[in-house]
Ligand binder design. Structure first.
Ligand code: ZN
Length: 515
């Protein structure tokens, strides 16, 4: 049973308050007409969204990581709630972003890759975006920093980032990722400190810890000569894949279709630990910028009527299963993301919400519900506002999903993930590959149970669940085309047996030769 929420004044839930004020149009109209900025409680709370790129949930201090230096994310978490079973809808930047800005799956947005050698349409005008909904609802909508959105930032005034020079340690070279973030933060800080005539929806979209991708390129192959100025983090206990022969083809040959994993394929264990040290370093750079933004907000009167939302577009392999960066695989490190809400309307402080399965598809319905704005029809996510208000709804999503198509089109190997309370089931079209993990007993996804007779019932149930989901969402998954050149499925198993370039690099080399 949900708690009763019929109390007067400030104890009204935010939704009841909005409903009592006559819904959106009246609330906006009365606020504008009477100049009621600063009224308390706020009829139209502000929302500040902070996004990192490529941050695994497990790398955040507030989620239990002992090596992380994330004091600012942690202090935000201490002021609000953080969801544990939180997933991205695609472990790749652009498709993930187009998905969470619209609340749609990647086969609905059509934005299913990063493009390059693969056609990516601009988001259809018919799909409402978060920015457009809030702009129409009377909000000032502004976005700072990384875009990579294929049109899904429609409705936001966008402020592009610029690079600033940074001092750096030789073990941790910086590229545009690290150089842009201070500018993004600075512009967001300036915005927060201005007086505001309307409630705002502001987004600070940081690049880091994505600089780790450039770090892999800079450290391709075995490297002996770098000396990070820190104790090296240990390898995770799921560093090795002991049953690689029992994994789907796209996982077995991930080194061949994934440029970064090809660059890392010959690394020794120390090199992987260098990787982790660098990853934590780039994360700490992002955290410092988050601190600037949160301090700026806290210095203004708007702070008390602002909801702060923090998440990442996807995670990072973090040396689990010998993987670096992201894409193709749906392992916890790449798909499970931090998802934190704090500020006006969030009742609990420092709470880890473990029960519900949530995903970035829930972002748009949650924020619309929170602000009393209409939620578009046909969305698969649901509002998390009851959880923010300290309730424990009995009806919860039975599963969350994630989808994969391709990074740049050189290898196309469509996959789907279904995550239920206890299990994770994946299916790849290529070679009919499947995985089943019992996350209660095997959180590191070390043993694929697909051939284990003890799990035959769970397997049957999850196959059926995926099929139902595909039908329900008109997902063309089973009719998609696989494109995987045999050359990239041929070396002896093991990423360390990879030789030469990956498929994307080989394609570029061929193109260069023809020039
Ligand atoms: Zn390979």
């Amino acid at each position: 049973m949900g708690k009763k929420r019929k109390r007067p004044g400030i104890n009204l839930s935010r939704r009841e308050f909005l409903a009592g004020a006559g819904g959106i149009s009246l609330a906006v109209a009365s606020q504008i007409a009477r100049g009621q900025e600063g009224a308390w409680p706020p009829e139209r709370p502000n929302i500040l969204i902070i996004i990192t790129d490529q941050l695994a949930q497990q790398a955040v201090g507030a989620y239990g990581d002992r090596w992380a230096q994330t004091p600012n994310i942690d202090s935000l978490a201490a002021k609000g709630v953080r969801f544990s079973k939180a997933y991205t809808n695609c472990p790749l930047c652009q498709p993930s972003r187009a998905s969470f800005w619209t609340g749609r799956l990647i086969h609905e947005t059509g934005v299913d890759s990063n493009g390059m050698n693969y056609p990516v349409p601009t988001l259809p005008e018919s799909l409402p975006t978060l920015g457009a909904i809030f702009a129409a609802g009377g909000y000032e909508t502004v976005h700072f920093g990384k875009q990579h959105d294929a049109g899904s930032l429609r409705g936001f005034k966008r402020v592009k980032s610029q690079e600033v020079e940074l001092e750096t340690h030789p073990a941790w070279p910086v590229n545009y990722d690290s150089k842009q973030d201070p500018y993004t933060a600075e512009k967001c800080v300036e915005f927060l400190k201005q007086p505001h005539k309307k409630p705002f929806l502001a987004v600070a979209s940081l690049n880091n810890p994505h600089n780790i991708c450039g770090w892999v390129e800079a450290n391709a192959g075995v490297h002996e000569d770098i000396k990070p100025p820190v104790d090296l983090p240990p390898l995770p206990d799921n560093f090795e894949i002991d049953d690689l022969q029992n994994r789907p083809l796209p996982i077995q040959y991930l080194c061949c279709s994934h440029r970064r994993l090809a660059q890392a394929s010959r690394w020794n264990e120390t090199n992987y630990r260098h990787y982790l040290a660098a990853y934590y370093h780039y994360l700490s750079l992002a955290d410092a910028q988050i601190g600037r933004i949160l301090d700026a907000l806290d210095s203004t009167p708007e702070a008390r009527k602002t909801l702060v939302v923090f998440f990442s577009d996807h995670g990072d392999g973090m040396a689990s299963h010998r993987m670096v960066t992201k894409q193709v695989s749906f392992y916890e490190e790449t798909t499970r993301i931090p998802f934190i809400f704090a500020g006006w309307g969030v009742k609990k402080k420092g709470k880890l919400i473990q029960e519900p399965l949530v995903s970035l598809l829930d972002l748009l319905p949650t924020l619309c519900d929170y602000a009393g704005l209409p939620v578009p029809e046909g969305l698969h996510g649901e509002s998390l506002v009851p959880w923010l208000e300290g309730e424990r709804p009995e009806k919860r999503a039975e599963y969350v999903v994630s989808q994969w198509q391709t990074e740049w089109g050189y290898t196309v190997s469509p996959g789907r993930m279904i995550r239920t309370d206890r299990y994770k089931y994946t299916r790849y079209l290529e070679g009919d590959g499947e995985e089943l993990y019992d996350l209660e007993n095997d959180p590191g996804e070390k043993r694929n149970l697909i051939k284990d007779p003890e799990y035959a019932v769970a397997l049957r149930e999850h196959r059926a669940l995926l099929e139902q989901h595909i039908e329900k969402t008109a997902d063309p998954f089973f009719n998609l085309t696989v494109k995987a050149d045999k050359r990239w499925r041929s070396h002896p198993l093991g990423y360390w047996n990879h030789r030469g370039p990956s498929a994307p690099e080989a394609a570029w080399l061929e193109k260069e030769k023809k020039k």
